[in-house]
Design a protein. Structure first.
Length: 134
């Protein structure tokens, strides 16, 4: 066999592999859809019920992820408070004095993850602030 014939056969083998894979994957997808429909019919489960369950689970997961991110951000904020200047601390205290708007309040899941009162971080003593300023 010459080089041109070898290259032609390799290209044709590649085209054949793609075609064969497409046919088999289409057959597999059709088989899986049919099996899913049969299983749903046997268990009296409709597509709408399954979709609604999946949507509800995705909403719950999304809310949990949002709360985890909020909690992580809060923990990072607490760590960064140690590095604030006196002016920054005063600005922060001013912002904390104003109540949150309704849309800014933490979700119920985040509120349930809140630390117990005994573990709340305490503001550093004024002496510590003076030490850091030096």
């Amino acid at each position: 066999m010459d080089l041109n014939e070898t290259i032609r056969r390799l290209v044709m083998a590649g085209v054949g592999a793609v075609s064969y894979t497409f046919e088999k994957s289409k057959d597999l997808a059709d088989t899986l859809v049919k099996k899913g429909e049969e299983t749903a019919a046997e268990n009296n489960v409709s597509y709408d019920q399954v979709r609604d369950q999946v949507v509800e689970q995705l909403k719950n997961l999304s809310e949990k992820i949002r709360c985890d991110i909020s909690k992580a951000s809060f923990d990072e904020l607490l760590e960064r408070c140690d590095d604030l200047t006196d002016e920054q601390r005063a600005t922060l205290m001013d912002r904390l004095a104003h109540p949150l708007k309704e849309e800014e309040k933490p979700c119920e899941a985040c509120a349930s993850d809140a630390q117990p009162e005994s573990e709340e971080p305490q503001a550093p003593a004024p002496q510590e602030s003076a030490d850091k300023a030096e």
